[in-house]
Write a protein that binds this ligand. Structure first.
Ligand SMILES: [Mg+2]
Length: 395
């Protein structure tokens, strides 16, 4: 094990809201949230709104009930992925080893940076945190440790604008007093089950016999103990090898079982990714939807269009087929992701398709530009662009 804490987990605080506040600073300090009004859900809430009982994902209707003076901000297409890119660009100016985990959080491996002391690392990372705030107005929380597991838990230890360093050798001591739910894969249900067995804190695991642990965790018991000790040897995986796809994923604060909600989120992800694809001058052909159940079990489904495109609308109908194809078990979901692959350079498309799509593409380009400039009032929920309506399940 390295004597230096070289793995950083960086997590933006209330990311979507922070993006909106970066262009509307007058709303800072208010109870506000990003979410759809009509049968929508809250996708990000300010800390002031959270203190009032608003969480994500929560139906907007309910959020307005628990917090009647909540300021509801519509989802602005394009700005989140742009901010995200800007955020990770600054990380990559520190180290080439950056793993984007989702739109607003990822890992840095400081191994190549040549730092000599932990104090040096801390100074550099505090400077990065400050830079993200000064230049992008994005508040972030940092966790710094010897591995991914502990750094990810550390970044959540204090929020917002947290900064937690776990010195190498202190991993187990850091985790011991924390709630067992900090261990990846321990969701609400398992937390309750473990509490019933008297296990509430990470340290409680060590008071149990091997037999008890086997009864509780089955074959995963030894892995559970390893995590509880803060052991993890997964490498930080850079995105460079996977430049041939565009993806975004979202882990829910609370498992979701409503199809219409997940469908909304997946469509929003299409809206998030497509401006980046257009900005890169690319087109994509294949969409893959991945779902994850509590307990880290994944399932995916993908399908290709006949022609690559850089427009949102052709992919909306696929959500309707791919989501049920991936979500086969009647269990709530912990995470959903959308990935586009089959990336082609612009110009590879057949002329006759190009002709009919050209108008829409020009309109999309104009909207991207306006959104980039942070001009408000131009809100595209994607569904306005094409003929596809947002026909929900109850519609
Ligand atoms: Mg975050």
């Amino acid at each position: 094990m390295s004597v230096l804490p070289l793995i950083v987990h960086l997590d933006a605080d209330a990311f979507f809201v922070s993006c909106e506040l970066s262009v509307r600073p007058e709303l800072r300090g208010t109870k506000c949230a990003v979410g759809g009004r009509e049968r929508g859900i809250i996708s990000s809430a300010s800390y002031e709104a959270r203190a009032c009982g608003v969480y994500t994902p929560m139906p907007t209707k309910l959020a307005l009930k628990v917090c009647p003076d909540l300021i509801l901000l519509p989802h602005t297409s394009g700005i989140y992925s742009k901010k995200s890119r800007e955020m990770f660009d600054r990380c990559e100016s520190v180290t080439p080893l950056v793993q984007r985990n989702s739109i607003d959080e990822g890992y840095l491996d400081l191994g190549p940076c040549g730092f000599k002391t932990a104090a040096e690392i801390e100074r550099r990372m505090r400077a990065l945190q400050q830079q993200l705030w000064d230049e992008l107005q994005i508040p972030t929380s940092f966790g710094i440790a010897s591995n991914k597991l502990v750094s990810a838990i550390a970044s959540k230890a204090r929020k917002p604008k947290g900064f937690t360093v776990v010195p190498p050798g202190q991993e187990a001591a850091f985790l011991a007093p924390l709630k067992i739910s900090v261990i990846p894969g321990v969701g609400k249900k398992s937390e309750e089950r473990l509490a019933a067995a008297g296990i509430r804190l990470v340290s409680d695991l060590f008071t149990r016999s091997e037999g008890d642990l086997k009864a509780l965790f089955g074959s995963a018991w030894s892995e559970m103990l390893e995590m509880a000790r803060g052991e993890d040897d997964r490498p930080v995986e850079t995105d460079h090898e996977d430049a041939k796809s565009y993806s975004v994923q979202e882990t829910f604060g609370q498992d979701i079982s409503d199809f219409a909600e997940i469908e909304c989120i997946a469509k929003r992800m299409i809206d998030e990714l497509m401006p980046a694809i257009r900005a890169d001058g690319k087109r994509v052909k294949t969409m893959t939807v991945k779902v994850r159940y509590p307990g880290m079990e994944n399932s995916t489904a993908g399908r290709s269009l006949t022609e690559a495109t850089d427009l949102e609308a052709p992919f909306y109908p696929l959500v309707r087929t791919l989501l049920p194809a991936a979500w086969t078990k009647r269990r709530p979901l912990r995470l959903v992701s959308v990935r586009f692959s089959g990336v082609e350079e612009k110009g590879a498309q057949l002329e006759m398709f190009a002709q009919t799509d050209e108008k829409k593409r020009r309109l999309a380009a104009v909207l991207d530009k306006l959104n980039d400039q942070g001009k408000k009032g131009v809100v595209r929920h994607g569904h306005q662009l094409g003929k596809t309506e947002d026909h929900g399940l109850h519609g």
